[in-house]
Design a protein around this ligand. Structure first.
Ligand code: MGD
Ligand code: SF4
Length: 685
């Protein structure tokens, strides 16, 4: 028997835990702890522990598939490449678009970014960061000049007071939740604001349950109380920020007094006062947030407000502080860093900047140039264009995304994707989206490839190949390189190994410039920015100055605004959505992991007992959940974990898809959809 242990990084959330895959006679059969990781120190959550189970699922894609007369037929790679190359050559550049993937490696994302802009010459490339943290990228860039988590995960342990708003950290980033508990053991206090009484709420010293959509009001109220009582950090404000008077004039209005914010949010004024005092007086305060902040039509305002609170209290640039935006997918930070966005190349070098554009044009050496120096469409804009203006976008290449279950208002999204003339999907399973594709390409998963991913704390870590892929599945970047080769661009994609791709990334990306596979092999790996080979990496950002032109943080006046759709007589409840600890996004991997699937085999809707009583609904009964977008039959879970007037559904389950109900209204700046608040009604079946 041949037994080995291969150290790798978890393919689920952005925490970036390390574990060993157990490989027996060439096949992944289990996982064990890897103690030396400074992130998770040998521990994993249920998803990480069972992340080996889907790897050898019999449902994995093993061969290319081409649709003929409405049915998929197995094909060779050459047949698939020939068809894709012929089709793509027949379209104008602006008629094609690409969706990249926060599930795949940096190398894969870089390859698709180069393929889109260099081989297809299209400016339309985006990925699911749009649905997740595009408000963070836009919001933090506006206030700090750069849009990433400011501190590191181990650093959270140094905080004296942790304020979590809009993140169910203990379920969605469990090993960051563990850090919070380690800080608490050292005496830190935990304040938690969330519409649901989650496992995170259970650990809080002060819990504030509120109606989804009240975040700016809460944050302004904190600043109102802090400034009123003189707990603000006057020195930090004077030396490191601008715009304070404008912000102060707004937050000091009576609108943001605890009594008035109680009316908006439902949080008792006394609790708001108590929490603001605890936070305002703390020696160091770390603010953690996630999609509860970002996924709103005011997502950018929400993000900026978190940053405002941290600047007003001087909680930036030192241990135990920071704006800690917890990124969702394992490599959503990396996919953004790799320029799989419509406005930037790698390292956030702007596509409209002629210097950056020329740099990439020269570095890549395409004989017929690259996409113009213009911004492309965001994925949410692509969907609207496909639906409202059929024929403008004709072909799409999707790598590792499943928008037919993850996009808001999926009936609308399905109609939009079906309007395409030619769709290629590259995945590891035959997803809802792959099923409507013209060509499906089988990719390797994390356990079958060498590569890197960048976690929420900007730590670049390695995946290591543990087994051969199923059938003829190939590395994502390799498939892209071979499609490009079939289109006549073999020279531009002449990489032999994942390390070759990474070295090209490091060469064109200042923040990754000092990284290489040898340095990343160390258990602690490296945080970007890491500009030189002797640079130790940067666990804490903005220690001396911000990344803005003048080095100052930007404060401004932000008024609270209600969500795009609020309850009315016809749809009287607020609807919100999210994940559970047992499943991941559209369930492709976790629902093919028997242990996880067994724990939570299907979806539900959470209803407060008072609402359930009024509606005459008992625990476990089937109900019809209805919004202006559609309706879903789902099982009622009657629980005090959700406040009266609010209802919650996880979005993993195709048989009761929450996204048939969600609102596709967008934040005007980041174009993120409002997954976290719309109006709903419930009918007893
Ligand atoms: P995933 O299920 O993560 O969802 O949206 P998606 O990214 O569309 O899909 C990723 C796909 O990648 C899966 O099909 C998986 O099989 C595939 N995959 C995994 N590994 C690999 C690989 O190595 N190579 C390739 N080629 N494919 C791979 C997620 C999106 O959902 C996000 S990020 C957020 S934050 C949103 N959250 C959200 C919400 O809170 N509420 C509601 N209602 N909807 C939401 N949708 C959004
Ligand atoms: Fe994986 Fe996140 Fe769980 Fe860590 S906390 S094991 S990265 S899912």
């Amino acid at each position: 028997m041949d037994l080995k242990f291969v150290q790798t990084t978890c393919p689920y959330c952005g925490t970036g835990c390390t574990f060993n895959l157990v490989v027996k006679d060439g096949k992944v059969v289990g996982s064990t702890a890897y103690q030396r990781s400074p992130v998770n120190m040998g521990k994993t959550c249920p998803k990480g522990t069972y992340a080996y189970e889907f790897v050898n699922s019999p449902k994995r894609l093993t061969t290319p598939l081409i649709k003929k007369d409405g049915e998929f037929v197995e094909a060779t790679w050459d047949e698939a490449y020939k068809l894709i190359a012929e089709k793509f050559k027949g379209y104008k550049a602006e008629e094609m678009a690409c969706l990249s993937s926060a599930r795949t490696s940096n190398e894969d994302n870089y390859a698709l970014m180069k393929f889109a802009r260099g081989a297809l010459k299209t400016k339309h490339i985006d990925h699911c960061a749009r649905l997740c943290h595009s408000s963070t990228v836009a919001g933090l860039a506006a206030v700090f000049g750069s849009g990433a988590m400011t501190n590191s995960i181990p650093d959270i342990e140094e905080s004296k007071c942790i304020f979590i708003i809009g993140s169910n950290t203990f379920e969605q980033h469990p090993l960051i939740g563990r850090r919070v508990m380690m800080a608490k053991k050292k005496g830190a206090k935990l304040i938690y604001a969330d519409p649901r009484y989650t496992p995170t709420a259970k650990q809080a010293d002060i819990y504030m349950q509120f109606k989804s959509g009240g975040d700016v009001a809460i944050l302004n109220c904190f600043m109102h109380e802090i400034i009123k009582n003189g707990w603000e950090d006057k020195e930090f404000i004077a030396n490191r920020t601008k715009g304070y008077e404008e912000l102060k004039a707004l937050v000091m209005k009576d609108d943001y007094s605890p009594e008035n914010v109680e009316k908006i949010t439902g949080i008792p004024a006394a609790t708001l006062r108590e929490a603001a005092e605890l936070y305002g007086k703390a020696e160091s305060g770390a603010l953690l947030y996630s999609m509860g902040i970002t996924q709103h039509t005011v997502g950018v305002d929400n993000v900026k407000s978190t940053a405002h609170l941290q600047m007003v209290t001087g909680n930036l640039g030192r241990p135990g502080t920071g704006v800690n935006a917890l990124r969702g997918q394992n490599n959503v930070q990396g996919a953004c860093d790799m320029g799989a966005l419509p406005v930037v190349f790698t390292g956030y070098q702007k596509v409209i900047d002629p210097v950056a554009h020329k740099k990439f044009e020269d570095a890549w050496g395409f004989p017929d140039g690259i996409a113009p120096a213009e911004n492309g469409y965001e994925v949410t804009t692509m969907v609207n264009v496909m639906s409202d203006n059929p024929g403008e976008l004709k072909a799409m290449y999707i790598m590792g995304e499943n928008p037919l279950l993850s996009d808001p208002n999926i009936d609308h999204a399905k109609h939009a994707f079906e309007s395409l003339e030619f769709l290629v999907v590259q995945d590891i399973f035959l997803t809802e989206t792959a099923q409507i594709a013209d060509v499906v390409l089988p990719a390797t998963c994390y356990a079958e490839k060498d590569g890197t991913q960048t976690s929420t704390e900007r730590r670049v870590q390695k995946w290591r190949k543990a087994q051969d892929p199923p059938g003829v599945a190939k590395l994502d970047w390799k498939i892209l390189a071979e499609v490009a080769g079939a289109m006549g661009y073999a020279d531009q994609f002449a990489w032999e190994t994942s390390e070759d791709v990474f070295n090209e990334i490091a060469a064109v990306t200042p923040s990754y410039h000092g990284m290489n596979y040898e340095r990343l092999d160390k258990p602690e790996a490296l945080h970007w920015p890491c500009p030189e080979v002797d640079h130790p990496g940067t666990p804490i950002l903005h220690t001396q100055k911000f990344a803005t032109a003048d080095g100052l943080g930007v404060l401004s006046a932000i008024e609270w605004k209600a969500p795009a759709e609020v309850p009315d007589e016809e749809y009287p409840y607020i609807f919100t959505t999210g994940r559970t600890i047992w499943h991941w996004h559209t369930g492709t991997m976790t629902r093919n992991s028997p242990t996880l699937d067994h724990e939570v085999p299907t979806g539900w809707i959470e209803i407060n007992p008072d609402d359930a009583k009024e509606l005459g609904i008992a625990y476990g009964e089937k109900v019809r959940a209805i919004t202006r977008r559609g309706e879903v039959e789902v099982t009622a879970k009657v629980t005090r974990d959700i406040m009266k007037g609010v209802m919650f559904m996880p979005f993993h389950f195709a048989e009761c898809p929450a996204n048939r109900l969600t609102n596709d209204a967008l934040d005007p700046v980041s174009k993120i959809p409002e997954y976290k608040a719309c109006a709903i009604k419930i009918e007893k079946i």
